[in-house]
Design a protein around this ligand. Structure first.
Ligand SMILES: *Cc1c(COP(=O)(O)O)cnc(C)c1O
Length: 224
């Protein structure tokens, strides 16, 4: 199957899941995760209408961004503090803010160039040792601390579910993150607007949308 056909199938499934959750498909952003894709495939996806791309390594993100600067490039992987300076002002959205030292570095670098950097806070809902991210119960205090970092703009929350053959197994994880967002929305925090829930990958994006995701990160279903 060609990328065009796969993209069409994915978009249909996104549309149907959005409708099932009572939302418009236009509210859902597809981030095409291109870490397994070559440059030709990335360009082809862009020509087919994909505007948002995700990479989990800074070096590869910066390289592909040079090839396709007109797209929006999302950083979705674990971010080393010493790579922050390469991303600030370039990445459209950093999905993987998972620790305080990283928040401070992003704020510092953003402040130096006089911009605000949009980020998502990564939450390790399932509390798997292999995954990074804050525990659910740590997020509120983290957002309160962010109030002192004027060059960071928290735009939402992100999580990764465990790899399962059964997509339904991810549902409780997605539901918990959506519930946390709703609870946090009852208060307001400076520098924080919880507009986005980035959750769902190739194996479970429909379940994620049913549970409230408005950003899905899809790699292998599109590019293999
Ligand atoms: C690779 C990756 C994805 C995409 O995974 P697929 O299963 O290929 O769709 C999504 N999010 C993150 C953080 C990733 O590293």
């Amino acid at each position: 199957m060609e990328i065009g056909q796969r993209l069409k199938g994915i978009r249909q499934r996104i549309d149907q899941a959005a409708c099932r959750s009572g939302r418009s498909p236009r509210e859902i952003t597809l981030v095409a995760v291109s870490k397994m894709a070559d440059d030709r495939e990335v360009r082809l996806a862009y020509e087919l209408g994909v505007r948002d791309f995700g990479e989990n390594r800074v070096q590869e993100l910066v390289r592909k961004m040079r090839i396709l600067p007109e797209a929006r490039w999302h950083m979705i992987g674990r971010l080393q503090t010493n790579k922050v300076k390469d991303l600030v002002g370039r990445a459209y959205l950093i999905h993987s803010l998972d620790r305080w030292s990283l928040a401070k570095e992003i704020d510092y670098r953003a402040g130096q160039v006089g911009i605000k950097v949009p980020v998502l806070v990564q939450v390790n809902v399932s509390e798997e040792a292999s995954k990074t991210g804050l525990a659910l119960e740590e997020v509120r205090d983290f957002l309160m601390a962010i109030e002192d970092l004027p060059s960071i703009q928290v735009k939402g929350l992100m999580t990764m579910a465990a790899l399962h053959s059964d997509a339904q197994a991810s549902r409780p994880v997605f539901r918990k993150l959506a519930e946390l967002r709703s609870t946090l929305l009852e208060d307001s925090f400076k520098n924080v607007q919880l507009d986005y829930l980035s959750m769902g990958m190739s194996q479970d994006f429909e379940v994620a949308i049913e549970e409230g995701a408005n950003i899905v990160r899809i790699g292998s279903a599109l590019f293999t």
